[in-house]
Design a protein around this ligand. Structure first.
Ligand code: ARG
Length: 458
C-alpha cells in the first residue's frame, strides 16, 4: 500500500499508478532529495521535534541509502509514486518507526520545491562552466584574427569591413550576458528556501526554517508558505535564460552553416564535425550546427510548456506542477549538450582568411570610408556620400572596385580627391581606423578581448 494509504480501502490501479508516477524522471533528483531530508532530520532533532537519537539514525540511514543508490546496490522502484516516496519508504523499510518520523512537519509540496532548487543549483554550476569554456574558445579565436578582414553585413548585404575577431567577440558578449542572467536567476532562487512551508499553511510544530535554509546553502526562506509551494518562477527564469542562450547559439549556428556553404566558404568545419550524404558524394553537411539551431526550438517549447502549465493554476500545489520537471530537465540536458558540442566545433574549424578578404573586396564595403575621406577634406557628409555613390555606380558599369578607379576618374567626381585616397580606402586601413569604443579596429577589439578575458578569470 502507498504511504498515504490511510483513508483508502483499495490499492491504486496499476495503470493509474503508472500515469501518476514521476519516479521515471524525478529519480535524477535523488541526491538532492536526500540532501534536503538530511537537513530536515537535523532540524527536527535540533528543535526537539524528534529525539536527537532518531535524528542521528535517520541521517545515518539516509546517508547509507545515498551511498547504495550511488553504487547501484539499491535500485529505484519503478512502481514508487515519486523519488520522495521511494526514499522515505526505503528508510522505513530499514529503520521502521524511526524512518516514519522523517516526514514530521513537512509535505511533498515543499519537499519537491526544495529538491528542484537544489538540483538546479548543481546544474547551473555545470552550465556556467560550459558557458565559460565556450567563451574562452571564442577569445582564443578572436586573438588570432584581429586583422582578418571580412565583410560585415546588414540585411545580409555586404555593409562595412570588419575583423573576424570583432565578429566572433559579439558571441562572447552574448554569452557573458547569458552567464549573468543565469547567475541572477540562481541568486533569487537560492534566496527563497521553501522547506517548512509544509503542505501550504505552515505547521504547528516549532520548526526552524532558517536552520534548514542555512544548512542547505540558501540565503533566505520563502516568506509566505503558500508562495513557497506554489512558486515555480525560478524554473521560468532559468528556462527564459536558457532560451535566450539557445537563441544565441542558434544565430551562431546559422552563421556557421552559411559560412561553410560554397556561396560563402569563409570557414571549413572539421570532418569530425560534419556528415556526408547517403546519395550525394560531394556533400559535407554542418549537421551539428543545424541540430543546435533545431534544438533551440525544443528549449523554447520547454519554456512555453512551463508557462502554460502554470497559467491557470489556483493556489497552492496542484498535481499539474509535476509536469514542471520534464520541461526543465529537457532544457537543462539540451543546453548542456549544445554547449558541450560547440567549443570543439569552433576550435576545429578552419578560418579561410583569403576567401573572407576576397568577399570583402567585392561589394564596395569601403564606400563609407571614401565618403569619410572626403568629409575629412571639408566636404559636407551628404555631398561626400553622393560622390562616393557615383564612384560605386562607375565601378559597377566598368567592372572595377573602388581601389582600382584611376585617379583622373576620381578627380572628375571631385577635384579634392588625391593620391592618398587609395590608402584611405584600403580595407585594412578601414578596419584599423575604426577605433571608437566597441569598434572593429585592432586597439578597440583588443580592449574587448580584455574585457571578456577579465570576466573569465574572475
Ligand atoms: N511528484 C510530485 C511532483 O513532482 C511531488 C509532490 C506531490 N505532492 C502531492 N501532494 N501529491 O510534483
Amino acid at each position: 500500500m502507498a504511504l498515504w494509504a490511510g483513508r483508502f480501502s483499495k490499492e491504486i490501479d496499476a495503470g493509474v499508478n503508472a500515469f501518476n508516477s514521476s519516479i521515471a524522471f524525478d529519480a535524477r533528483m535523488y541526491r538532492h532529495d536526500i540532501q534536503g531530508s538530511i537537513a530536515h532530520a537535523a532540524m527536527l532533532g535540533d528543535c526537539g521535534i524528534i529525539s536527537k537519537e532518531d535524528s542521528k539514525t535517520i541521517i545515518e540511514g539516509l546517508t547509507a541509502i545515498l551511498a547504495d543508490l550511488d553504487s547501484g546496490k539499491l535500485e529505484f522502484d519503478p512502481n514508487a509514486e515519486d523519488i520522495h516516496m521511494f526514499v522515505e519508504a526505503e528508510l522505513t523499510k530499514r529503520y521502521g518507526d524511526v524512518g516514519k518520523r522523517l516526514h514530521t512537519s513537512r509535505s511533498r509540496n515543499d519537499q519537491v520545491a526544495l529538491d528542484l532548487r537544489l538540483y538546479l543549483r548543481d546544474e547551473i554550476q555545470e552550465i556556467r562552466g560550459l558557458v565559460e569554456k565556450l567563451c574562452a574558445v571564442l577569445v582564443k579565436l578572436a586573438e588570432q584574427h584581429t586583422e582578418t578582414v571580412l565583410p560585415g553585413y546588414t540585411h545580409l548585404q555586404r555593409a562595412q569591413p570588419i575583423t573576424f575577431a570583432h565578429h566572433i567577440l559579439t558571441y562572447a558578449f552574448m554569452l557573458k550576458r547569458d552567464f549573468e542572467r543565469i547567475a541572477d536567476a540562481k541568486k533569487r532562487m537560492l534566496s527563497q528556501c521553501p522547506i517548512g512551508s509544509c503542505a501550504l499553511a505552515g505547521t504547528t510544530y516549532d520548526t526552524d526554517r532558517y536552520f534548514e535554509a542555512e544548512h542547505l546553502g540558501f540565503t533566505g526562506i520563502s516568506l509566505n508558505s503558500i508562495d513557497g509551494v506554489s512558486d515555480r518562477d525560478f524554473c521560468l527564469e532559468l528556462l527564459s535564460a536558457f532560451s535566450i542562450l539557445m537563441m544565441h547559439l542558434s544565430r551562431f549556428s546559422e552563421e556557421i552553416i552559411l559560412w561553410s556553404s560554397w556561396e560563402f566558404k569563409f570557414i571549413e568545419l572539421d570532418d569530425s564535425f560534419t556528415t556526408g550524404s547517403s546519395i550525394m558524394p560531394q556533400k559535407k553537411n554542418p549537421d551539428i550546427a543545424e541540430l543546435v539551431r533545431g534544438k533551440t526550438g525544443r528549449v523554447y517549447g520547454d519554456l512555453m510548456a512551463m508557462l502554460t502549465v502554470l497559467k491557470g493554476l489556483p493556489l497552492a500545489y496542484n498535481k499539474d506542477m509535476q509536469e514542471d520537471k520534464e520541461s526543465i530537465f529537457d532544457a537543462v540536458d539540451t543546453v548542456k549538450q549544445c554547449l558541450e558540442v560547440f567549443p570543439p566545433m569552433i576550435s576545429g574549424m578552419k578560418v579561410l582568411k583569403d576567401n573572407m578578404l576576397a568577399a570583402a573586396q567585392k561589394g564596395f564595403i569601403n564606400a563609407t570610408d571614401l565618403a569619410d575621406y572626403l568629409t575629412k577634406k571639408g566636404i559636407p557628409f551628404r555631398t561626400a556620400y553622393k560622390i562616393s555613390g557615383q564612384a560605386v555606380a562607375y565601378c559597377i558599369d566598368n567592372g572595377l572596385i573602388l581601389e582600382t578607379v584611376p585617379l583622373d576618374v576620381y578627380k572628375s567626381f571631385c577635384p579634392d580627391i588625391d593620391d592618398d585616397v587609395y590608402s584611405a580606402i584600403d580595407l585594412l586601413t578601414c578596419v584599423r581606423a575604426r577605433v571608437s569604443a566597441g569598434g572593429t579596429g585592432k586597439d578597440s577589439v583588443e580592449k574587448q578581448i580584455k574585457i571578456v578575458s577579465d570576466f573569465l578569470s574572475k
